[in-house]
Design a protein. Structure first.
Length: 322
């Protein structure tokens, strides 16, 4: 009896194990079928579902009339306009860059060759507003190049714009004469007077004179402390009859942000007495107002005589006539 029960239990266990193996085998077959057929089924179903959308897409992209054609034509015009705007902007940027290079080239030429003074050296501006305070420049020359404090700085061979304020090994800081509250003695041709000019910032110098002085637009202003001290000409006059003073405003020859090169004096500005200042004023006057004219071309005011000078230099301009 016991042996019969044991045999029955063993057979039952074997049957259960066989069923388990069969289930695993069938499950594997089902998985393989799914792996093999599912992509095809999904692709077929997707193609059926997406077919209407595909047709609509073809309608929009290939239709020759109706709304799709209008939309495509409008979009083509928009794209063409965008491309033209880009080309115009590119050409404009190229022209601006070309103009800047031309100005830099002219500026550099004014500091090189015959126009570069023997007592100066060229320097490149590496810092300017708005990165640093207004009316201050940083140049790429320093003590290693012989730059000294209080040396004059020119924007051209004879136009002074400031002085070297601080010097380091490889760079220097230039303070412009137009720096706020910077004072300098100036001489104004026309009324032919000495007066004090004050920097107001932004590349502008203010010249104050009493009412009654014949101050006019175009009067040249020079710094008599230098032999080459030409600064600029009065471009704006502010005069109110009720005020005891009138003001003339002089701007830098080159805007601050456009100054790329300067000439720096090799020596500091020396102390100048009034006699030396007068001599500098006359020298600048001769440099500015006297032009060498060949004797066979120079005539008198009536145009009846030939040369009025034995050499081929120039006429002498009266100190009271501008």
């Amino acid at each position: 009896m016991k042996k019969s029960l044991l045999t029955t239990r063993v057979n039952s266990r074997r049957t259960s194990l066989n069923k388990y193996i069969v289930r695993i085998f069938l499950s594997g077959i089902v998985i393989l079928l799914l792996v093999f057929f599912t992509p095809k089924i999904v692709a077929n179903v997707s193609s059926v579902l997406l077919w209407p959308f595909h047709k609509i897409e073809l309608w929009f992209t290939e239709a020759k009339t109706g709304l799709p054609y209008f939309i495509r034509d409008r979009q083509d015009l928009i794209n063409e306009i965008s491309e033209l705007k880009y080309e115009i902007g590119f050409d404009s940027d190229s022209r601006v860059e070309e103009e800047l290079l031309r100005k830099e080239n002219e500026e550099l030429k004014s500091l090189l060759g015959e126009e570069l003074r023997e007592d100066t050296q060229r320097a490149t501006v590496i810092g300017r507003p708005n990165l640093i305070p207004y009316d201050v420049l940083i140049i790429d020359k320093g003590s290693e190049n012989g730059i000294q404090p209080n040396a004059p700085v020119y924007s051209s061979s004879r136009t002074v714009i400031g002085i070297v304020e601080r010097v380091s090994k490889n760079t220097s800081v230039v303070q412009l004469t137009t720096s706020p509250a910077f004072k300098s003695t100036v001489y104004v041709y026309g009324p032919n007077i000495y007066t004090t000019a004050v920097g107001v910032g932004g590349g502008v110098l203010r010249v104050g004179v009493p009412q009654g002085v014949n101050l006019e637009i175009g009067n040249l202003v020079v710094l008599p402390s230098l032999e080459a001290g030409l600064f600029g000409e009065i471009s704006v006059i502010e005069s109110l009859p009720a005020d005891p003073e009138q003001y003339g405003f002089v701007s830098l020859e080159i805007p601050i942000n456009s100054i790329h090169f300067v000439a720096v004096g090799n020596k500091p500005i020396p102390e100048v007495d009034f006699a030396a200042a007068q001599a500098n004023v006359e020298k600048i006057r001769n440099d500015v107002f006297i032009v060498p004219v060949p004797k066979d071309i120079l005539v008198d005011l009536n145009g009846t005589s030939s040369a009025t000078s034995t050499d081929t230099n120039a006429t002498t301009t009266n100190s009271n006539e501008i």
